[in-house]
Design a protein around this ligand. Structure first.
Ligand code: GLA
Length: 784
């Protein structure tokens, strides 16, 4: 008796001690968080949200708590997170919220560390994440309307949201948990105008258990009214360097009593393959946060810690196709591997001013950094040994039709006799297609470069054509998110035979799928070692490589991939991410928690083939080393139009200021190319800069920009940031084309619109950063 009551007391003491440790303001068995007059109210008292955006799949679970503590020591009081639908439902109807996907555990960890949580469950999240978080299998319904009231889409959204509700609704503040707000959709204004759809998503979110918690929607200052719902809180997204008062001015007019919040204050920016690493100055970020806090404005710092888009989860941007690199460092205050940067300490000093308590001390790194001496990956299996299934069809099938989410497909067919050199055309090969004739490598097309053709030598009847198509991340932004992979259009050969242009359409394809998975890599080694015959031989170094390294102690490291071609890495079975020799990222972050003392395994799938099959671990990342074959500038003199005798479609002066302006043409102008000449600025500088350009048809409707590319720019500042020509039509108001210091006026940007258009007006947004130069005054616009 005595003994059991003693045990009970002990248990009670233990429980109380545990509860004491986990106590935070939210952990009180039920509270409230609402939008009051010009301020948020937490349990009825004014509250400024200082949120840190973190993404649980981008941080290995053993490091979750460390990163949360890092945010707390930065002076944040909230963690803001997206829920990534496609990581939880990788196959239709199969949900996984365990382990690395245990969002409820993540939220409880935040609460344990005294943090509130804002949840952004999508269904679409953008976030430089494969398909913006939508599952690829939605595309098995070919005519699906994503992010619209397509019955199948909405049905799947409801099912997913119900599962999110099961996980997280018990953790809202009303139920004693840390969740103070939940977001409805994501920046729908930059996708379309459809209040009925956004309302339907709101209702689904409510029905999923988020019926008491405060709901909000986020957008840009320029478009939030398009889909603004009366019963939701409205927040704005904008980046470092923005003029904060002007970002909120329209909201203040429409809802003078609303609390203000910047729900994504971009600390830095993401990187794409083939372009310089992005950075943003700490001073501008800190000044922005200082200003917001001095005015009682809530914010979420996107990203406070970006982490890594492990495996195949990095997405791609559009217009054009701009796949994102694996690192999601984002130039954030906490770097990719969880350490405090100078930006962190600078921000912390400012945050301290607005904290009534001393900030907790900055946690030590979760693990040390280690290097690993150079070693070879000696085991090899050719690509074809990783194939999963084989399928035959008259026309090439997409990955989705072949029921494969991510990976590579080898498309094979036989060729007609063509006695002269010819051109193989694959209009829509997504994304990187390597062409072989009778096993010999001939050439490739790269979607990033808009390449669509490969020159073929003369071929004899029955020669085998193999096209190895690797899919990269699906587009995560804009209308192009419906991004099928593989050969998505027809394949033709064109040649001039005896003076006649002849076109052959290639039919009767055999398709072998190679899904991205560690198990397929293992199977490839086994089959190859067992001497199996795959009936296909490609003369190439592409394939699977395996090597081992020994460690006396574990720690975070960065595997160097500079001598490799293009593909994916697995370490001890963990999908580490994509590499591509063009850079700028040349190393891949390998978290120490996935390494072990003793023997560790690395498997590399290289679809292009390495120069040398070796690697090493270094103790710092290389995120900014380009090895592109061609420069990414567009100043080839041959592309510069002669405008001397051309008549401009419009000419005049832009008004001063950083707001959108529209120039109506006197008469509609028709042509494929749009040239904007800037010959003076309001700020007296020699720099021209443009954040966004749209053109309207004669009815005032914006013309689709999805096939736009930069034809010519006399100058592009690609050294001090990625201010290349495409930034003028990348759908992102916070990035811009800029000329370099030293290049003199007039400046010229020429856009290839992909097809002839009839244009009635042009919309122009100057660079929005407060300190950005380049406010154009005198302009001339040509269409030709
Ligand atoms: C938008 C999106 C985010 C992210 C950022 C850019 O604001 O809402 O998901 O894509 O852009 O990093």
């Amino acid at each position: 008796m005595m003994k059991s009551s003693f045990l009970r007391t002990l248990l009670l003491v233990a429980i109380m001690a545990f509860a004491g440790r986990t106590t935070c303001a939210a952990d009180n068995g039920g509270g409230t968080f609402t939008a009051g007059k010009k301020t948020f109210l937490l349990n009825g008292k004014p509250f400024v949200v200082k949120a840190a955006e973190l993404h649980y799949p981008r941080i290995p679970r053993p490091y979750w708590e460390h990163r949360i503590k890092m945010c707390r020591a930065l002076g944040m009081n909230t963690i803001c997170l997206y829920v990534f639908w496609n990581i939880h439902e990788q196959r239709e109807g199969e949900f996984n919220f365990t382990g690395q996907n245990d969002i409820a555990a993540f939220c409880r960890l935040a609460q344990k560390n005294g943090m509130y949580v804002i949840v952004r469950p999508g269904p679409y999240v953008c976030a430089e994440w494969e398909m913006g978080g939508l599952p690829w299998w939605l595309l098995k319904k070919k005519d699906i309307h994503l992010r619209e009231q397509d019955p199948y889409f909405m049905d799947r959204v409801s099912k997913f949201m119900a599962k999110v509700g099961e996980q997280l609704a018990p953790l809202t503040i009303q139920n004693g948990g840390p969740i103070i707000m939940v977001q409805v959709e994501n920046e729908y204004g930059s996708y379309g105008e459809d209040k009925a759809y956004v309302s339907a998503i709101r209702d689904i979110v409510r029905q999923s258990g988020f019926d008491k918690v405060t709901l909000f929607q986020c957008d840009w200052a320029s478009n939030f009214t398009r889909n603004g719902l009366d019963d939701l809180v409205w927040t704005m997204n904008f980046g470092t360097g923005s003029d904060i008062d002007s970002q909120f001015s329209r909201l203040r007019e429409l809802r003078p009593e609303s609390p203000l919040m910047c729900s994504e204050f971009w600390s830095g920016w993401f990187d794409k393959w083939g372009a310089r690493h992005e950075t943003r100055p700490a001073s501008a970020m800190v000044a922005g946060i200082d200003e917001m806090l001095s005015k009682g404005i809530s914010f979420s710092l996107y990203m406070t810690h970006g982490g890594t888009s492990f495996g195949h989860w990095a997405g791609a941007n559009s217009p054009g196709f701009a796949p994102d690199v694996t690192s999601y460092d984002y130039d954030a205050p906490i770097n990719e591997y969880g350490q405090a940067t100078p930006k962190y300490y600078e921000l912390r000093r400012t945050m301290e001013k607005y904290s009534d308590k001393r900030l907790p001390s900055v946690p030590k790194p979760a693990t040390e950094l280690i290097s690993i001496p150079r070693f070879s990956l000696n085991e090899y299996a050719p690509l074809v040994f990783g194939t999963d299934s084989m399928c035959v069809a008259r026309s090439p099938l997409t990955f989705e039709e072949l029921d494969m989410g991510w990976g590579t497909v080898i498309y094979s067919t036989s060729l007609p006799e063509i006695n002269t050199p010819s051109t193989l055309a694959m209009k829509d090969a997504h994304d990187y297609a390597m062409v072989y004739v009778d096993g010999r490598y001939i050439g490739r097309t790269d979607r990033v470069r808009n390449e669509t053709t490969v020159s073929l030598p003369p071929v004899s009847r029955g020669s085998r054509l193999d096209i190895v198509v690797e899919g990269m991340g699906r587009i995560n932004f804009g209308r192009a998110i419906k991004d099928f992979k593989g050969l998505t259009g027809e394949v033709t050969i064109m040649a001039n035979v005896d003076g006649d242009d002849v076109t052959w359409k290639l039919n009767d394809w055999t398709m072998r799928t190679l899904p991205d998975s560690y198990d397929h890599a293992l199977r490839a080694f086994k089959r190859f070692n067992d001497g199996e015959s795959m009936g296909l031989k490609l003369d190439s170094r592409a394939g699977y490589y395996r090597g081992f390294f020994n460690l006396k102690k574990t720690g975070d490291t960065f595997i160097n991939m500079e001598t490799w071609g293009k593909g994916l890495v697995y370490v001890n079975g963990h999908a580490i991410g994509r590499f591509w020799s063009i850079g700028p990222q040349q190393t891949l972050y390998v978290p120490g928690c996935w390494l072990k003392k003793g023997r560790n395994e690395i498997v590399v799938l290289d679809v292009a083939g390495p120069v040398m099959a070796e690697t090493w671990g270094q103790d710092r990342p290389e995120l900014d080393k380009l090895q592109t074959e061609k420069s990414n500038r567009h100043n080839n003199p041959g592309d510069r139009p002669d405008l001397n005798s051309a008549t401009p479609a419009a000419a005049g002066q832009f008004a001063q200021g950083r707001a959108w302006q529209t120039v109506k043409f006197n008469a509609p102008a028709r042509g494929r190319y749009l040239a904007i000449e800037c010959s003076s600025t309001h700020d007296g500088s020699e720099i021209a800069a443009i954040a966004e350009i749209y053109v309207q048809d004669t009815d005032g409707r914006r013309i689709d920009r999805s096939s736009w590319s930069t034809k010519y720019a006399d100058s592009e500042d690609a050294d001090n940031g990625n201010h290349t020509g495409d930034k003028a039509f990348d759908l992102q108001e916070s990035t811009w084309w800029s000329t370099t210091y030293g290049a003199s006026m007039p400046h010229l940007l020429v856009i290839d619109m992909g097809a002839e258009q009839t244009i009635g007006a042009l919309e122009y947004l100057p660079a929005t950063g407060q300190d950005a130069a380049g406010l154009t005054k005198d302009y001339r616009i040509f269409v030709y």
